[in-house]
Write a protein that binds this ligand. Structure first.
Ligand SMILES: [Zn+2]
Length: 116
């Protein structure tokens, strides 16, 4: 990968991270809303909060992956599989810019998880 495409990638990752951080703070604001006194309303709110919380966790884990990808960019290790040390194919990085494993290792992990 060229230096120019690294810069473009860094900008893209930073932007995505900002979007997710903004989304996360909206989600947290929603969760902090006070509970209704009415028990029916309250039950619904609790249910909504569970959904909102799951979305929050998803955003948080995505932010963590993006930060890790930015770190790898800084260290010049971006695009290298953390498992086997081989380069991750460009097509995979285009589709999934913060992939930290090559497709072979990712599939291996998936199969292992499926067996567990
Ligand atoms: Zn690998």
């Amino acid at each position: 990968m060229t230096a120019a495409s690294h810069e473009a990638l860094r900008a893209e990752l930073n932007q995505k991270k900002e979007e997710l951080t903004a989304r996360l703070s909206r989600i947290s604001a929603n969760l902090r809303r006070g509970y209704e006194a009415d028990s029916k309303e309250r039950a619904k709110q609790l249910e909504d909060n569970e959904v909102v919380d799951a979305l929050g966790n998803e955003a948080r884990s995505e932010i963590a992956k993006i930060s890790a990808a930015l770190n790898r960019l800084d260290r010049g290790e971006f695009g290298i599989c953390i498992e086997c040390g081989l380069p991750i194919k460009e097509g995979r990085l285009k589709a999934y810019p913060y992939a930290d494993e090559c497709i072979e290792c990712a599939e291996f992990d998936e199969r292992r998880r499926a067996r567990e």
